[in-house]
Design a protein around this ligand. Structure first.
Ligand code: HAM
Length: 427
C-alpha cells in the first residue's frame, strides 16, 4: 500500500501534467485562432470579484450562488468570491472599462479557471477551465446561431465529431411569468411526488423543476406544460429565426423543452452542446444563451447580450476518450550531442545559437555517453544530430549526422547553421 502523502491537491482540483499539455496547448490555440477570425477581443478579468456581483448577476437562488461559491472575507472585510463563471465579470468590465462607448456589438472572449464547490463526479471539477464568449449590445438572432457555429468550428478544428446542440427558448419578462404560473400550478398538485430539492425549487425557481436529474422528477417533467407553446410573439419569432439560421448552416440540433440552464440571467435562446455517444449521458461540453436583461441589472443600459462557455476539461476528456490524435510540431529537427568537458561547454552556446535562428533543437546535457544521447535523439524523432566531441571542440568543427541515412559530415563549427539549413532545404 502506498503511504498517504502529507499534502495532496484539494478535492476536485487537479494538476495538469506536462504530458497533458499538448492537449491544452492545442485546444487553446484553436480557440484563440477562431476567436480572432470571429473578431473577439481577449479580455482577462481578475479571478476574485465582489461576491455581490455573482449574487446579482448569476442569481441568488441558483445552485452556483446557493451552494457552490468559494467565498472569502479579506482583512479589510471585503467579501470576495473566486469566479464561478465569467459572464458577470465580463459585463462588470464592459461597464467599468469604457467598452460602452465603442461601436456595438462588443465581442469579448476569455480563457481561464472557474471555481465551483461541486459534488465530485466524472467531468465535474471544483477548479475547471472555460473559454467564454460574449457578444454585447445586439439582439439579432443571427448572433445566437453564429455562436453555436463558432463552437462547431472549434470542435471541427479539434477533430471532434458527433455532437448535438440541445436548444430551447425560455422566453422573456413578458411571457415567462405567465408560463411560470402554469408550471407552478402543474407541479403544485404533484408536489408530494417530487424530490425535496424540487419542493424548494417550486417556491424559489420553478423553471429548474424541469431539469432535475432525479428519476421521479424526470417522469413528472415529461408531461409538464412546455414554454415553447407559451412564448410571446417577439420570443417566438426570435427562436424561429435562430432555428432557421441553424438549418441554413446545417448545425445539428434537438429542441429540448426541459433545457432551462442553471443561471438566472437567460432570456429567449438557451443551448448546450452534448456529445452524441449513445450512452445517454448528459455531459454538456458547452452551454450558453441570450441575456437581454443582465447589462441593465448590473447597472448599464437596457441592451442585449448573448454568449456561451466551453468546458475545456470536458473537451479534452472527450478528445482522449475518443482517441483523437492531436498533431503538434514539437519533434525536434536537431539534437545536439556533446562529449567531453570542452564539447559540453561549447554546446551550451551552440544550443542557444541554433534556437535563436529558429531551429527546433533538443539536447540532453546531463547525459554524457554517446549511446545514451543517441538513444534520446532517436526517441525524440530528430532528423539530424550534431555531435560536438572533445576532438571536434579542439578543432573548431562539428559532425552533422543525418538520422535517416546515418551519413555523417564534419563541418567547421562556424558554418554549422548554414550547412544545416542547406541540408534541411534539400530534404
Ligand atoms: P455553464 O453551463 O455553467 O455556463 O458552463 C459552461 C460549460 O462549462 C459547461 O457546459 C461545462 O462544459 C463547463 N463546466 C462548468 N462547470 C464545470 C465543472 N465544475 N467542471 C467541469 N466543467 C464545467 C456558464 O458558465 C455561462 N457563464 C455560459 C455563458 C456565457 N452564458 C452566456 N454567456
Amino acid at each position: 500500500m502506498t503511504k498517504k502523502l502529507k499534502f495532496q491537491a484539494s478535492k476536485g482540483m487537479r494538476d495538469i501534467l506536462p504530458e497533458n499539455q499538448i492537449y491544452w496547448r492545442k485546444v487553446k490555440k484553436v480557440i484563440n485562432n477562431l476567436a480572432e477570425s470571429y473578431e473577439f477581443g481577449l479580455l482577462e478579468t481578475p479571478i476574485l470579484e465582489e461576491t455581490e456581483l455573482f449574487i446579482k448577476g448569476t442569481g441568488q437562488f441558483t445552485d452556483i450562488v446557493e451552494k457552490e461559491m468559494f467565498s472569502l472575507r479579506t482583512k479589510g472585510e471585503d467579501k470576495l468570491t473566486l469566479r464561478p463563471e465569467f459572464t458577470p465579470s465580463i459585463i462588470r468590465a464592459y461597464l467599468e472599462r469604457g467598452f460602452t462607448s465603442l461601436p456595438h456589438p462588443v465581442k469579448l472572449y476569455s480563457i481561464g479557471p472557474i471555481f465551483r464547490y461541486e459534488r465530485q463526479q466524472k467531468g465535474r471539477y471544483r477548479q475547471a477551465y472555460q473559454a467564454n464568449f460574449e457578444i454585447i449590445g445586439e439582439k439579432d438572432p443571427i448572433l445566437d446561431a453564429q455562436l453555436i457555429q463558432l463552437f462547431f468550428s472549434i470542435s471541427k478544428d479539434l477533430g471532434i465529431k458527433n455532437l448535438i446542440t440541445q436548444i430551447n427558448s425560455i422566453g422573456c419578462p413578458a411571457c415567462r411569468p405567465i408560463y411560470r404560473r402554469l408550471l407552478v400550478s402543474y407541479y403544485r398538485s404533484r408536489s408530494k411526488n417530487v424530490c425535496t430539492t424540487c419542493q424548494r425549487r417550486l417556491k424559489q425557481n420553478p423553471l429548474r423543476l424541469l431539469d432535475c436529474k432525479n428519476e421521479k422528477c424526470i417522469d413528472i417533467a415529461k408531461d409538464a406544460p412546455q414554454i415553447i407553446d407559451h412564448l410571446c410573439n417577439d420570443c417566438h419569432d426570435h427562436f424561429k429565426s435562430v432555428l432557421e439560421y441553424l438549418d441554413e448552416i446545417e448545425i445539428p440540433y434537438i429542441l429540448n423543452s426541459n433545457l432551462v440552464r442553471g443561471l438566472d440571467y437567460y432570456t429567449k435562446t438557451v443551448f448546450e452542446i452534448w456529445p452524441e455517444d449513445g450512452s445517454g449521458r448528459q455531459i454538456a461540453l458547452a452551454g450558453g444563451g441570450r441575456y437581454d436583461g443582465l447589462v441593465k441589472l448590473l447597472g448599464g443600459k437596457d441592451i442585449s447580450g448573448v454568449g456561451f462557455a466551453i468546458g475545456l476539461d470536458r473537451m479534452i476528456n472527450l478528445i482522449k476518450e475518443r482517441g483523437i490524435k492531436i498533431y503538434v510540431r514539437n519533434r525536434p529537427l536537431v539534437f545536439l550531442i556533446q562529449l567531453g568537458e570542452l564539447g559540453k561547454k561549447k554546446s551550451l552556446k551552440l544550443f542557444e545559437e541554433l534556437r535563436r535562428v529558429g531551429l527546433r533543437v533538443n539536447s540532453s546535457f546531463s547525459r554524457n555517453t554517446m549511446k545514451a544521447q543517441l538513444k534520446r535523439a532517436d526517441k525524440a524523432g530528430a532528423r539530424f544530430t550534431l555531435i560536438l566531441g572533445q576532438k571536434e571542440a579542439l578543432d573548431e568543427t562539428i559532425i552533422i549526422r543525418d538520422m535517416e541515412s546515418s551519413s555523417q559530415e564534419i563541418v567547421p563549427l562556424s558554418k554549422v547553421i548554414e550547412k544545416l539549413k542547406k541540408k534541411i532545404r534539400k530534404k
